[in-house]
Design a protein around this ligand. Structure first.
Ligand code: NDP
Length: 326
């Protein structure tokens, strides 16, 4: 399995799966041309976190600045508790300060906004993240708008969204950033590629579309009203699924030799066991694609690594220092 994995710095490839059938390898468990290379998000994320840790050390040594990330959780949803604990652990591991704020599920919108305003004023905090989803009685748009845009490391504030669209420096949502890094591990330049994003949410699909355009890809964005998705998808050299429908993308949706990035995180029960699957039917898709991200172990870990990059960027910008080279 390991030698099917592409990691950071992997050489770009432009092969068709058919061309490799002629040279079937004998590596254990691997038959080239039948199974796609797996883009290993865990390995890439570990490498990126190590680079963030180096930059944090330099920033602290030369300027006395310790980047701080505040994670705000409202309620006790088990998945959200796991996500916030992971973000806290990873930020501490790269040498950042972690601030955890936990409000009960009954907390009001006003209480949450007051808390955010207090964190906005805390000079030790450079990045603020409010774990979504929020309880139904709280409007996430009001909460996100209350975050200081300079500390908005999720990149959801309308000011950052507008800056991204207009090509200005912005804090950019982490999952789209992660997708671009994963895609670039296969295609160092995305210019001229036919790219397709399935999903147009504010947090994934739309910012990802902006990033792909800024990388000069030729773009199609599909959604629940798009017709004949399989035909549209089969045109894509780079297919990114951010839908939230378990294994919706089948092998006949994929152009032979395409790169497939699977953003989906879907909990399903199979044979009495709970498991996480993506939006792409991984096993069958990897018989057609040239490279594919797994779920779990693809976009998820890279998203958290990109959150740390954003926190470091915010810390530098708030201190009027140049952005880190990451
Ligand atoms: P949303 O529910 O906000 O958006 C889903 C998008 O998919 C919408 O644009 C919707 O279309 C579209 N869609 C839904 N059903 C279909 C369909 N049958 N055919 C075509 N398009 C469809 O989800 P998110 O963008 O927040 O998340 C998408 C997935 O990514 C989820 O599984 C989520 O858990 C995962 N995720 C993973 C992250 C990670 O770190 N790995 C981070 C964030 C999300 P329309 O606009 O018309 O309704």
């Amino acid at each position: 399995m390991a030698d099917r994995h592409l990691s950071v710095g992997a050489a770009p490839r432009s092969r068709s799966p058919l061309s490799d059938v002629a040279s079937l390898g004998n590596s254990p468990g691997v038959v080239r041309g039948v199974a796609a290379d797996v883009i290993d998000g865990r390995v890439m994320a570990a490498a990126l976190r190590a680079r963030v840790a180096d930059e944090v050390r330099c920033l602290t040594a030369s300027h006395g600045i310790v980047p701080g990330l505040a994670v705000v959780l409202v309620g006790n949803a088990p998945a959200s508790e796991i996500y916030t604990a992971t973000k806290k652990k990873m930020s501490v591991q790269v040498g950042m300060r972690s601030f955890a704020e936990h409000l009960p599920p009954s907390a009001s919108e006003g209480e949450l906004i007051k808390l955010i305003e207090r964190i906005n004023r805390n000079r030790e905090v450079h990045g603020i993240l409010v774990q979504l989803p929020l309880p139904a009685h709280i409007d996430p748009r009001k909460v996100i708008t209350a975050i200081d845009p300079a500390k908005d490391v999720d990149g959801f504030h309308p000011l950052n969204a507008g800056r991204l669209v207009s090509g200005q420096a912005a804090l950019i949502p982490c999952t789209p950033l992660a997708c671009i890094r994963l895609a670039k591990s296969v295609h160092p330049s995305l210019a001229g590629l036919e790219a397709m994003v399935i999903g147009r949410s504010t947090i994934v699909g739309k910012p990802l579309a902006q990033l792909l355009l800024s990388e000069n890809a030729t773009l199609t964005v599909a959604h629940s009203r798009s017709s004949d998705l399989p035909t549209l998808a089969r045109r894509a050299d780079l297919l990114i699924a951010a839908v939230g429908r378990p294994e919706m993308v089948r092998k006949d949706w994929i152009k032979p030799g395409a790169t497939v990035i699977d953003v989906g995180i879907n909990r399903v029960t199979r044979e009495g066991e709970s498991q996480i699957v993506g939006d792409v039917a991984f096993e069958e898709a990897s018989g057609v694609a040239a490279a594919i991200t797994p779920v779990p172990g693809g976009v998820g870990p890279m998203t958290i690594a990109c959150l740390l990059v954003n926190t470091l960027r915010a810390a530098c910008a708030l201190s009027a220092l140049p952005p880190p080279k990451l």
